[in-house]
Structures are given as C-alpha cells and as structure tokens.
Design a protein around this ligand. Structure first.
Ligand SMILES: *Cc1c(COP(=O)(O)O)cnc(C)c1O
Length: 469
C-alpha cells in the first residue's frame, strides 16, 4: 500500500515509512492512495471471527508490502490479548435498538488503547528489522499519554517522553502514566498548561538538532496507524448487528475527528454504515461545520469531557481531501486560508455531500450530566462523560429507529469520577482489577520548567534508555 499527502506535495510513502512519519513534509496528513474495498460476501464470511482475526482481515491491505502476514497475525494476537474482556470490544444494549460499543477494556481504560497497543508493537517490529531506535515525544491532557506509555513500555527500540501540565491532570490519569517505571519511559510534568506542552512538541519536530540524528516519531492521531486500527471495531460491531445484510448507524464522541474518520473509512471500504453522528462538547467546531458549513476557530472551553476539549480538529483535513475529490492543491489552499483567517467553509454542493452521511450535535456540561443520570435511571449503566455525549447526540439525531444505533463508549467512567458524581450517582466506582493498587504504586516523574531548551536538553541526556543520545 502506498500513502499520499492530503496536500499533494510530499513524497509518496509505504506503510513502514508512514508509521515513522508525523506530518507530511508539505504540512498535510498521510492517507492511503487507494482504499481497499471488501465485497458483501467477504464481509459476511467474517461473522463470528475473534477480534484479532477480524483485525487481520480488515487491516492486511494497509500493511501489505511492509509486514509479513505471519508477523502481522502474531502482533495482532498479542495486541488484543492484553484487553480485559474476552470479546475485546463488547456491545452492551441500552435500549430497543441502541447499543454502546465498550472500547474501554484496554490497559488504560480508553479507546486509545486499540490503536496505541498496536502502534507500539508495530514500531518495535519495524525498528528491530531496520536496526534503528527512535524517540517519541508527545503532549497529553490525560488519555493519550497513558495509552502511549502503556503501548510503548515493552518496546526495545523506543524511548518515549510524555509531557503533561504539572498539577493539571487528574490523579488517576497522572498515576496511569507515572507508575510505569521502565527505563525507556520518561514522564515530564511541565510547569505550564497543555498548550505549552504541545507547542514544545511541535517546536521539537521543527528543529531536531538536539536529537543528534535519532528519528522523532509522533503518536498523536495524525499518525495513520492510529486511524487504521480504529476501523476494525466498526466492522466488529456492525457484523454482530447483522451487517452486511443490515445497515448500522454510529454516534461518535469526537475531538480531533480521528475516531469518527475511521468510521467513515469503514463505510468506504464496503461496510453498510447509514449514518455517522458527530458528537461534540461545547468545543463544537465540527458541529458548526456539519450544521452550518462554518469551520471557524473559537477559544477553548474546559468541559466535563476533557479529552474532547480542542479548538481545531487535526484529522478533519483528511475528510476535506476526499470531499474535494482528493485534490491536494485545493486542500492546501483551504488550509492556508484557514491558517490566516481562522475560518473555513466549502462549496454548497460539497457540504451537502458530507451531510448525506454525517449529522451532529454539541452537548454542554449540563446535558452531559443529565444524560449520565438518565441512562443510569433507565438501565443501571454508568456512562463516562464522553460516552454520554455520544448517547445524547444519538438520541437527538437518529434518522431511523429500525436501524441499529451504536454509540462508541470511549472511556470507562472510573476515569472521570467528578463527572459521575456531578450527575448525582451516589455510587463509588471501583478500579478494574489490573489497576486496583494504582494508588499504592511508586511514581516516577520529572518536573521541568516551561522552557524548550530545558526540555530538549533532558531528552538529549536520557533518550537512549535513560542514557545520553
Ligand atoms: C481522545 C478521546 C476522544 C476523542 O477522540 P478523537 O479521535 O480525537 O475524536 C473521545 N473520548 C475519549 C475518552 C478520548 O480519550
């Protein structure tokens, strides 16, 4: 499989190189040159497969030419064996024809494990083959950091540096990162906010001299492999609910448009997806686009669903590329205008085309709390605030009651105890068994000043399994 940039000017890469690449050199994002398309018969024949075997069939075309079948099979089996539920991604019924796809049975209790558990193993496999080592730098406001660290902790060829804003992540989230003590794991608490952390990652990608030739890799959702891994569970859920004979709708709590973009790709690969609901919190740039063709940058509003607190959605460019007939020059122009004006809208016809598949809703904190309470009263299920937003949007935007509606359950409620308490659920949630001693484990973390040179010097001194690069 070959990969091209959404802005049309960067080198074409194979899977191996796309895995190691961050942004394309023209500022765009990598996408497959040709999306595989499965027949109805093929999809029907996958009914009942274990998760890792379905994953092999769905993702095989994307890695073709870079990873041998036998290796890929083994890697997938190992990846999804670490999930705590035998079904890996079980469906739980909420109402007549409404389901939550529980994506929070991985090591860090959020859906990001699906991609990052795989990404770590793929990276290590390819690096071992090449005899290379890399450094990963990432910024996190919570979920991404712990999932990336868990995904890379067993990697022999990767050192990972994750920055979080000092004293500004929840204790559960911090401990999920800082209690992983491997010699290649480096937690940095920055005396600043999340944007400061993210700026330092960006600056480090722009000027890599401090790495002395070691390659720097990105693990945020611009990395193609993360999107790829997320396509699988759309197939998994839909097939269980009767696809390909029957269509299925999905509602997806969205920030960077990564997870829902995977659903869009699943549909283009032949899965009968009749509707995709974009569910945002008050940071609603995607809802403003879907409802009124206005993708305009706003200020950041902190909410009960922090993993969706974004100002712009980095993966939206991948959708724009398709909507514009995969014309890289047109996308480059749109993005350059957006950079200078903070505003973007598309031609009417193009917007109507998007609206054939996508609906959207922005859900504020009060409605989020009410939905958690409502679902608890109806079913006894406790939702996390992100999933609750998905449920609210599904219920408001649903086009057909006879089509199964699947809400992506993106996190375990125990990660967001304050939101659950605010909803008036007077029940203490327990950490799952593998995290039950989280509060007793020793932590390791370095607090650093909000200063680029200080951070880069730290990476340079510790980037080779704790030793200097
Ligand atoms: C990251 C995250 C999201 C948003 O995912 P995107 O791919 O950025 O749309 C939603 N919910 C939770 C719990 C997350 O961690």
């Amino acid at each position: 499989m070959r990969y091209i940039s959404t802005r049309g000017q960067a080198p074409i890469l194979n899977f191996e190189d796309v895995l190691l690449a961050g942004l394309a050199s023209d500022g765009g994002l990598y996408v497959p040159e040709n999306l595989p398309r499965f027949t109805v018969e093929e999809i029907a024949s996958w009914a009942g497969l274990p998760y890792h075997e379905l994953a092999f069939r769905v993702m095989r075309p994307f890695v073709a030419g870079s990873i041998a079948d036998a290796d890929f099979k083994r890697i997938l089996e190992e990846t999804y064996a670490v999930f705590a539920h035998d079904a890996v991604a079980p469906l739980r019924q909420l109402d007549g024809n409404e389901w939550v796809l529980e994506l929070f049975h991985g090591p860090t209790l959020a859906f990001k494990d699906f991609a990052l558990q795989l990404l770590g193993r793929l990276l290590d496999h390819i690096l071992a083959k090449r005899g290379e080592r890399v450094v990963i730098m990432g910024a996190t406001s919570g979920d991404t950091g712990s999932a990336a660290i868990e995904g890379c902790k067993a990697c022999d060829n990767v050192d990972i540096f994750i920055m979080h804003p000092h004293n500004r992540v929840s204790e559960v989230q911090r401990r999920q990162m800082t209690t992983i003590l491997g010699g290649n794991i480096h937690n940095i608490a920055i005396e600043g906010n999340f944007d400061d952390c993210q700026e330092m990652v960006k600056a480090s990608f722009a000027d890599q001299g401090f790495l002395k030739g070691t390659r720097l890799v990105a693990v945020n959702s611009i990395n193609w492999a993360r999107i790829m891994a997320q396509i699988v569970y759309y197939f998994h859920a839909a097939i269980q609910l009767g696809a390909p004979a029957r269509s299925v709708a999905f509602s997806v709590p969205t920030g960077n448009f990564g997870d829902i973009f995977a659903g869009y790709l699943a549909r283009n690969m032949g899965l009968p997806v009749s509707q995709l609901v974009v569910a945002t919190n008050r940071n609603d740039i995607l809802h403003r686009f879907m409802s009124g063709n206005r993708y305009d940058k706003d200020t950041l509003h902190p909410t009960l669903s922090p993993s969706m607190d974004i100002m712009v959605s980095s993966n939206f460019e991948r959708l724009l590329f398709d909507l514009h007939g995969r014309n890289g020059a047109a996308v480059a122009q749109l993005m350059s205008d957006f950079r200078s004006s903070g505003k973007l809208s598309v031609d009417d016809g193009i917007w109507h085309e998007a609206r054939r598949l996508f609906d959207s809703l922005a859900v504020d904190d009060e409605q989020t709390s009410r939905t958690i309470a409502e679902v608890f009263a109806q079913t006894g299920e406790v939702l996390d605030p992100h999933t609750a937003i998905g449920v609210r949007a599904a219920r408001e935007c649903r086009r057909s009651l006879s089509t199964p509606m699947v809400i992506l359950g993106t996190a375990h409620p125990v990660k967001f105890p304050d939101a659950v308490e605010k909803a008036g659920i007077g029940r203490e949630l327990e950490l799952p068994a593998h995290l039950s001693d989280l509060f007793d484990r020793p932590e390791r973390c370095t607090v650093l000043a909000n200063d680029l040179a200080t951070v880069q010097a730290f990476v340079s001194r510790h980037g080779n399994r704790g030793k200097p690069l």
